[in-house]
Write a protein that binds this ligand. Structure first.
Ligand code: NAD
Ligand code: ZN
Length: 348
């Protein structure tokens, strides 16, 4: 089969002919239809420090995907999943025996393995994953939308961390995940949604997804944004989706007392925090990773089902669709930042 492979240490990827994966007794084999590009894939391509210490080549990359089940392993419980089912992949494979797994908190598994990071991924014609990691979708779901449930799940996991009815919400970073979080915050009843991002392209996406006010953090201050919206006491909830130290710094300084801060963006390294403000303003700060298995997934399906406005906003995050054969172009678009989600079509 065709697959996008990191064949050895160092920069680059290659489209190669490799053996099809074997469907293990507890697995499903999936014919990949669409796959989304994530920042992680760019890091693996570029072979930065994180990639060099994490990735063990040769390995097929890619972890955001949608496809059709074509084989079900012999140990998979009957009735749970069947050949022909349309599925999205949950890329975090958990151990099932650690303390959190046994307590049913699989997203907190201490032994999590990543599809396309620690084992072969989904930028390929076929991928095999544990059956429990396949999320069965409605048969009429738009395949492009099916391919972005992983980042949609990051946005959902973060935005639904706390109730936000009537709250003033700040979202720092309007990448695909930040933009989806805007739509979810609207759906969840936020009063004001303010978004900051230095990219004009991405501020426009956030605006289209329902932000009340978008600001350029290189030019505009959050304090002024609050004044313009008639807010007096600071943000009730902040969703950090940039990984930028400067964003976190200004965010902490603009929270209401008792504010809640969910950190999803992955910083490049350690950076200082105004701990005095965190303490005296009694902020709650919570790190968010992946998706809750599978509460986040059910929430996503339910939101899409009940809100055409949310469904439209989530779909509009996909700005580029590229045949897998043109993967270099897909990577170049994703790298440019002049895009929302880039989805590769593995049927082309
Ligand atoms: P992205 O890189 O496409 O978006 C990040 C955005 O932040 C960009 O639009 C950038 O212009 C903006 N930005 C940069 N500096 C900023 C600043 N000072 N203030 C405000 N915005 C700023 O990423 P994405 O795919 O949307 O993901 C968002 C973040 O979440 C990334 O940091 C990513 O690494 C991280 N992530 C975390 C998880 C997790 O499980 N915790 C999963 C996926 C992605
Ligand atoms: Zn575990």
């Amino acid at each position: 089969m065709r697959a996008l492979v990191k064949s050895g240490p160092g920069p680059g990827l290659e489209m190669a002919e490799v053996p099809e994966p074997v469907c293990g007794p507890g697995d499903v084999l999936i014919r990949v239809r669409r796959a989304g590009l994530c920042g992680t894939d760019l890091h693996i391509h570029d072979w930065d420090e994180w990639a060099a210490t994490t990735i063990r080549p040769p390995m097929i990359v890619g972890h955001e995907f949608f496809g059709e089940v074509i084989e079900v392993g012999e140990d998979v419980p009957a009735g749970s999943i069947a050949v022909g089912d349309a599925v999205s992949g949950e890329g975090h494979i958990v151990c099932g025996h650690c303390r959190n797994c046994r307590a049913g908190r699989k997203h907190l598994c201490i032994n999590t393995i990543g599809v396309g990071v620690n084992r072969d991924g989904a930028f390929a014609e076929y991928v095999a994953i544990p059956a429990g990691n396949a999320y069965v979708q409605p048969s009429d779901l738009d395949p492009d939308l099916g391919a972005i449930f992983d980042p949609f799940g990051n946005a959902t996991h973060t935005a639904l961390q706390w109730p936000m009815v009537g709250d003033d919400v700040l979202i720092t970073g309007a990448g695909p995940i930040g933009v989806m979080a805007v739509a979810i915050a609207r759906h969840a009843g936020a009063r004001h949604v303010v978004v900051s991002d230095p990219s004009a392209y991405r501020r426009a996406l956030a605006q289209a997804a329902g932000a009340d006010l978008v600001i350029d953090p290189t030019r505009d201050r959050l304090r002024d944004a609050q004044r313009r919206l008639g807010m007096r006491e600071g943000f009730d909830i902040a969703l950090e989706m940039s990984g930028a130290a400067a964003a976190v710094e200004e965010l902490i300084d603009n929270m209401n007392h008792g504010g809640r801060v969910a950190l999803l963006g992955l910083p490049k390294g350690p950076f200082p925090i105004a701990w005095g403000s965190v303490i005296t303003h009694m902020l709650t700060i919570k790190g968010i990773y992946g998706r809750e298995m599978f509460e986040t997934w059910y929430a996503m399906s339910a939101m899409l089902q009940t809100s055409p406005a949310l469904a439209n906003a989530i779909a509009s995050v996909i700005t580029h669709r590229v045949p897998a054969a043109d993967w270099e172009q897909a990577f170049a678009i994703a790298r440019s930042g002049e895009c929302g989600k880039v989805v590769m079509n593995w049927e082309d």
